[in-house]
Design a protein around this ligand. Structure first.
Ligand SMILES: Cc1cc2nc3c(=O)[nH]c(=O)nc-3n(C[C@H](O)[C@H](O)[C@H](O)COP(=O)(O)OP(=O)(O)OC[C@H]3O[C@@H](n4cnc5c(N)ncnc54)[C@H](O)[C@@H]3O)c2cc1C
Length: 454
């Protein structure tokens, strides 16, 4: 099996993405240094994003375990430091109706209740740990891109409200123009609360500082290059050090190395998502699109775009990424993303783009997140597959792992009853896992066609 699924350019752990978030990350200092010695601990966590750091934070705070986090890049190098900052309901790609058919009504309701609780968990951590995460807005705005799309969206919002208990509200096209912004593509919208935008890198660095404050040791620039297990102990080797641990939490999501744990690699479908950010927009430029919202917005399509105005009045605009992550294919993809941005906001056609970057999200074959422990080695816990919605879901998943591992240390071996069955356990392998990139391109082409016809 090859080492990486995408072009190697996607895995340069020693260089940060040239993102707006990196340029505005604030001055919070972390004590993390690369691992350079041989150490032992209760729990070693591979991956220093929301999943790994939330697990570390809760393991130390609530279960008093000795924890080390090993992150290949700097803290937040992965998706957690470069996402769109939507803290919103999601995490799956199956949708409420199909989820009910597959998992039943009560399990589906449990999942959505957990999704809302996960947003509140992020809010609570930000407040409790005094993280300067620049929260913005109070709902997610899903925009219909055709009259027929609006009918579907309204019916779906009614279903979400009535059956799933979500706080949705319909906005007619005229109301939309008055309350949010104007765009030739909008045909009305639906809002969903609670949702807010945040600065993803400040949030993940704040989470790391909070974990350190509670006693976790966080190692940046410490890629795990070898993982062996013997006699109930795991041995994780980095370039300059070694950690021995009774338990391992695998928290690498879309950046899961293909070689480190083959069982998990075949169950992940990493996909590239891309973002561009404009220069700051002046008040008269914002007025040209009647802009008056800080709430995060999406187009209600299968291949959706996500966007919001940042605190310094720049437009952040995201969407599907390139096919293989090479510099050449990324450049073509940014050009398409910018052209799409101009379709939505023609008044900003000549506005400069100051930042462009991309990263990996992760899907599963089950189309729901995966949280659990390995069947053949229950000392290994995992959480991945948030389908591009990990700000709340990964933070929450890290806490579920911490609570499970914390009680497992006291003898509990089955899945905790509070964990929604929708996310529990390992999904099946993607068939012919070596050909996942070809498979995902096929799926993307099909979704593009469905979007055109809708
Ligand atoms: C462009 C983009 C936009 C997105 N927008 C949103 C959004 O608006 N809202 C939302 O909710 N979600 C969004 N997401 C998804 C979200 O960012 C992820 O779901 C979430 O960050 C996953 O967190 P994580 O900790 O599981 O993984 P990551 O943050 O990806 O962390 C995994 C870490 O594992 C490390 N790693 C890998 N291999 C090793 C190794 N061998 N040794 C040590 N460390 C290793 C990597 O360096 C990486 O830092 C977006 C993602 C992208 C890429």
């Amino acid at each position: 099996m090859t080492k990486w699924l995408y072009d190697e350019a996607m895995y340069r752990f020693d260089s940060p993405e040239p993102s707006y978030w990196e340029a505005t990350q604030g001055d919070r200092t972390l004590s993390s240094v690369p691992l350079s010695t041989e150490e032992s601990c209760d729990v070693a966590i591979i991956g220093g994003g929301y999943t790994g750091l939330s697990a570390a934070y809760h393991l130390c705070k609530d279960h008093q375990l000795d924890v080390r986090v090993l992150e290949a890049g700097h803290i937040g190098w992965g998706a957690s430091g470069r996402n769109g900052g939507f803290c919103s309901v999601g995490g799956d790609a199956i949708g409420g109706e199909k989820m009910i058919r597959k998992f039943g009504l009560e399990n589906t309701r449990d999942y959505y209740r957990a999704q809302v609780a996960a947003i509140e968990l992020v809010r609570d951590i930000i407040v409790a740990e005094d993280i300067d995460a620049q929260r913005q807005g109070n709902s997610e705005v899903a925009i219909a891109c055709s009259a027929r799309g609006f009918q579907h969206l309204k019916a779906h919002a009614e279903f979400q409200f009535r059956v799933l208990g979500l706080d949705t509200a319909v906005v007619t096209p005229d109301e939309f123009r008055e309350r949010f912004f104007d765009s030739p593509i909008q045909h009305g919208a639906v809002t969903l609360r609670p949702t807010f935008g945040l600065h993803p890198l400040r949030y993940v660095r704040g989470l790391a500082a909070a974990a350190e404050k509670r006693g976790a040791t966080v190692h940046c620039r410490s890629e795990v290059i070898e993982w062996k297990s013997e006699g109930g102990t795991h041995f994780l080797r980095t370039r300059d050090g070694l950690v021995r641990a009774r338990n391992v939490v695998l928290a690498t999501n879309g950046f899961a190395p293909e070689h480190l744990n083959r069982q998990i690699a075949a169950k992940t479908m990493p996909m590239i998502s891309s973002i561009v950010v404009t220069r700051p927009l002046a008040a008269d430029e914002l007025a040209e699109q009647c802009w008056q919202t800080e709430s995060p917005s999406i187009t209600a399509l299968n291949l959706l775009n996500y966007f919001r105005i940042l605190p310094d009045q720049r437009l952040m605009f995201g969407g599907r990424g390139s096919a293989n992550g090479s510099a050449q294919s990324a450049a073509k993809n940014y050009a398409k993303l910018i052209a799409r941005m101009h379709e939505l906001f023609p008044a900003w056609r000549d506005v400069d783009i100051d930042y462009r970057w991309h990263g990996l999200v992760c899907m599963t074959r089950r189309l729901t997140p995966a949280i659990g422990r390995l069947e053949d080695d229950p000392s290994v816990f995992f959480a991945f597959g948030y389908h591009g919605n990990g700000v709340n879901t990964a933070t929450w998943a890290g806490k579920q792992i911490a609570d499970w591992l914390g009680t497992a240390a006291n003898g509990l071996n089955t899945a905790p009853e509070w964990l929604p069955s929708v996310v529990h356990g390992m999904p099946r392998d993607f068939p012919f896992a070596r050909f996942r990139l070809q498979y995902i391109q096929g799926v993307i082409n099909m979704l593009r066609l469905i979007d055109r016809l809708s």
